[in-house]
Design a protein around this ligand. Structure first.
Ligand code: GLY
Ligand code: MN
Ligand code: MN
Length: 449
């Protein structure tokens, strides 16, 4: 509760005549999933009930207003006893509590003054609601709360790190269990059930994002979600999963051989991705830049692919982009792709060739970010080259590449490898929060024996 109070204090001190207005979220979809509060609402209140609002202002008499969720005989019968005003004040420390109707009227009156309002603009329903309250007023000044809060959310406090660590530990256990249980003939969703069952068993109410459990060709689909194929001998199984714990999510990927042993081709691609990932993690320390990890991974991968004969010109931007599909890091926290500036655009990162230096943001202690290089040999990958680069690359050059690389590419067809860890930047380096999920080849094969 002290953390939440300190966060509110920091904001109200700089609000001037403006307001922060947040809502905890809708009822959610009927009969599906547990309720989960809006991230900004939770970050500033610590309160996780549906149908509640919070208003922050610099007004010393009403710094912090919280509302009771709508209460009725029906909610009492269906949802159980609700919290009282008194309990709300004792637990969450608002200056005052309004009921649902009162707070809606209060919000309406604030909006009509034309005061600046910060709210979560990704909550479209509530945004439209506020717009409607403002009526035709030209003066409605509705800003995104992220302007104020995202820089705070980027630097995690100890209590936040503890939750991410716990989420990582649960996720690592789930991955280890799959390593023990996995064998040809089982369905991907059987592994998914083992994963999400483990989450529940350890107090994670739900995954932080849809579990990706893809075998064989599905391992090459970045966001594969059906998880419905029968795994076969010789497949790789890629699992990109994350338990959510106390609203903070893990995001870990491991790739394993379904039958317990990597083939020679799988081994060489896996080791290349792992070497790239380890080189990247080494760069993740204060003073280095956000994208230094990505660039280190890129260097290793480009060199490795060139040696294997899969890249013919290591200085060719399009050849690199053909294999390296996304920047290898994102912030992690309440959201899996957490808020915060990375200090440059997606395309600037992607167009950078190795050895070039690049502007991004300096890493600071308390940041938590993923590092997730991967290589994916889609079955029809080379056929897609003309669709992807036809307009920017000479077709002779593409044809030559396909001719040179085709026979080698063939050997690696349907191999998809991603290795993803969650890294906390510390004062003198980093801590790998997902370190309990095995990833060295010998360790994985040993567990699967
Ligand atoms: N699972 C989404 C990601 O790794 O970014
Ligand atoms: Mn992931
Ligand atoms: Mn990720």
């Amino acid at each position: 509760m002290e953390s939440f109070e300190a966060r509110r204090q920091m904001l109200t001190d700089s609000l001037g005549t403006g307001y922060i207005i947040l809502r905890s979220a809708d009822q959610g979809s009927f009969n599906r999933h547990e309720f989960r509060p809006n991230n900004y609402f939770y970050y500033l209140t610590g309160y996780a009930a549906r149908g509640s609002y919070a208003i922050l202002s610099a007004d010393p008499d009403a710094n912090y207003t919280l509302s009771l969720p709508p209460q009725s005989i029906r909610t009492l019968i269906y949802d159980g006893g609700e919290i009282s005003s008194q309990e709300l004040i004792e637990q969450f420390k608002p200056d005052r509590v309004l009921d649902y109707r009162e707070i809606r009227m209060h919000i309406d009156s604030i909006v009509k003054t034309g005061a600046r309002i910060y709210m979560d603009r990704s909550d479209r329903t509530f945004y439209n609601d506020l717009q409607r309250m403002a009526g035709d007023q030209e003066s409605a000044d509705i800003r995104h709360i992220g302007e104020l809060v995202d820089p705070m959310r980027v630097i995690k406090e100890a209590t936040e790190v503890e939750r991410i660590q716990k989420a990582c530990n649960i996720t690592a256990l789930a991955l280890t269990r799959v390593m023990k249980a996995c064998e040809p003939g089982l369905y991907e969703f059987q592994m998914e059930s083992l994963i999400e069952g483990t989450f529940l068993e350890y107090g994670s109410a739900m995954p932080g994002f849809s579990s990706i459990v893809g075998s064989g060709p599905n391992a090459t689909i970045l966001h594969y979600e059906p998880n419905a194929r029968i795994m076969e001998h010789g497949d790789l199984l890629l699992m990109d999963i994350g338990a959510e714990y106390g609203y903070y999510t893990a995001d870990i990927t491991r790739t394993i051989p379904v039958s317990g042993k990597f083939s020679e081709e799988q081994r060489s691609i896996y080791q290349l991705v792992l070497d790239a990932q380890l080189a990247a993690i080494e760069q993740m320390k204060p003073g280095n830049m956000y994208m230094d990890g990505h660039m280190a991974a890129k260097d290793v991968i480009v060199e490795g692919l060139t040696e294997l004969g899969l890249i013919t010109d290591p200085a060719s931007p399009w050849q690199i982009k053909f294999y390296i599909l996304y920047p290898s890091s994102h912030f992690l926290g309440l959201d899996v792709h957490d808020v915060g500036e990375m200090g440059g655009s997606f395309s600037s990162f992607m167009n950078q060739t190795p050895q070039e230096s690049m502007e991004s943001r300096p890493l600071e202690p308390g940041m938590v970010l993923t590092i997730e290089p991967g290589l994916y040999f889609r079955e029809n990958g080379l056929d897609q080259l003309f669709d992807i680069y036809g307009s920017e690359v000479d077709s002779m050059e593409l044809s030559q590449f396909i001719k040179d690389v085709g026979p080698v590419y063939e050997q690696y067809m349907n191999i998809g490898v991603r290795i993803e860890d969650d890294i906390l930047i510390t004062s003198n380096g980093n801590i790998n929060l997902s370190r309990y999920a095995p990833k060295e080849i010998e360790d994985v094969e040993q567990i699967m024996r």
